[in-house]
Design a protein around this ligand. Structure first.
Ligand code: FAD
Length: 386
């Protein structure tokens, strides 16, 4: 490995590159890799066939690898099919009951069952049951699919030009800059996954790493690498902020041993002492949306993010759409945790699918950061030697 190219603080964050790489490799990546394989986190509920609200679909995917294999009814957990165990109304009733008074800890519990509350940042909601299916994410890895050309390009163009134009050096306010950086960081991560698992030779079906591609699309541009680290820390902050809620949540899939393991992995990840000492607040959201125009600005950016979420239905490649929808829902969940909780204790409510998206997104970003750290110097020196 060469000398680290990125050093100092990650822009707009509270941790430096070295600490992030170290924490990721020691703590976060190993736990996340395990977590996303558990039955709770590997099934994602998604509506794959929606009309694109902006232009007719041109289904521009070339390879068989574009398609998603959906789970048969019998595969995903029984508990996912059942309606939520109790509603907020039940809880209101419970409060007056003598049993509720006995266990005082009930009052301090932040988790009150998976919610059905809409996420104001996205258009995708788990409760929208029409034509939704479950997908085993482990069987549908995010990688090269052959989806390129004008169809893919116009989605990214629409995402950037209509919703978060690149900030002219100091021109934009902090909040708009953050939206841009989140999208750019996600874009870097998608490109890195394409490069990490690429079809090198179609004739022999040889898959492997494409270092030229990662260099040309990401490493050549320091801001794209910086935005990837930023997005990783932003999502990590959301996860740690929601720690109490996530710790108390039910990871029930009917498989007792697996569910215990899921819960213990979650705890291990959220309360790791190394994470708590080295990078306790990965991103500081406290100073955003301040001033008179704060609420109006928040509504505007929320609408822009919802547009980005709607654009995911226009992706003409099923597997890219799956991961696009999942990761945008994951970002929307992070935004909801950081910015849409009214400050009162216990007011956070998350849908099961939001938490699945959030943790899978964090894992994808963690993989990308690891890949850049491990392969980046080699790719840089190969390409710079040319
Ligand atoms: P693109 O990646 O399409 O980039 C377009 C333009 O955006 C670039 O020319 C550049 O100006 C700008 N840009 C690029 N990266 C950044 C960045 N990090 N920050 C800021 N600006 C940037 N293809 C797959 O093979 N597998 C997938 O799983 C997959 N998932 C996708 C998910 C989504 C949501 C979308 C929209 C596309 C997906 N694609 C996927 C397609 C893939 O992202 C590329 O669009 C495609 O490979 C063509 O790449 P390109 O070289 O034209 O540049």
């Amino acid at each position: 490995r060469g000398t680290p190219k990125y050093s100092g603080m990650v822009e707009d964050c509270c941790c430096d590159y070295e600490t992030v790489d170290h924490l990721n490799e020691e703590v976060l990546n190993p736990s996340l890799q395990e977590l996303v394989k558990t039955p709770f986190f590997r099934y994602f509920k998604v509506k794959l066939w929606c009309d694109c609200p902006f232009w007719p679909d041109d289904g521009m995917c070339r390879l068989r690898d574009c398609s998603v294999c959906e789970c048969p009814e019998s595969e995903f957990p029984e508990s996912f099919k059942k309606p939520h165990r109790f509603s907020m109304n039940d809880l209101v009733c419970q409060e007056g009951k003598p049993q509720a008074a006995v266990d005082r800890t009930l009052d301090s519990k932040v988790f009150r069952g998976w919610s059905e509350t809409d996420n104001p940042w996205t258009i995708d909601d788990e409760t929208d049951n029409d034509e939704m299916t479950y997908v085993n994410l482990q069987l549908n890895p995010e990688r090269y699919t052959g989806y390129t050309g004008p169809s893919a390009r116009r989605i990214w163009d629409a995402v950037y030009s209509e919703n978060c134009p690149k900030y002219p050096s100091q021109g934009l306010c902090q909040e708009k800059k953050i939206l841009y950086k989140l999208i750019s960081g996600l874009h870097s991560s998608i490109s890195i996954h394409i490069a990490a698992d690429y079809l090198l030779d179609e004739a022999t079906n040889l898959w492997g790493q494409n270092l030229t591609l990662i260099y040309d699309r990401v490493l050549k541009y320091p801001d794209r690498v910086s935005n990837l680290y930023f997005t990783f820390l932003f999502v990590l902050r959301a996860v740690t902020k929601a720690a109490d809620y996530l710790e108390q949540a039910e990871y029930d899939t009917g498989n007792h041993n697996e569910d215990l393991k899921t819960h213990s992995l979650i705890k291990q990840l959220l309360y790791d002492p190394k994470l708590q000492t080295a990078c306790p607040i990965p991103f500081d959201e406290a100073n955003l949306w301040k001033g008179q125009s704060g609420p109006e600005l928040k509504q505007k950016i929320q609408q822009q993010f919802r547009n980005i979420s709607a654009l995911m239905d226009c992706i003409g490649c099923e597997k890219c759409r799956l991961w696009g929808k999942l990761q945008v829902l994951g970002l929307g969940t992070a935004l909801k945790i950081l910015f849409s909780v009214d400050g009162q204790e216990n007011s956070l409510q998350l849908q099961r699918n939001e938490v699945i998206a959030l943790m899978n997104l964090l894992n994808r970003l963690s993989e990308s950061v690891k890949f850049v750290h491990e392969v980046g110097p080699a790719a840089d020196s190969v390409m710079e030697g040319h």
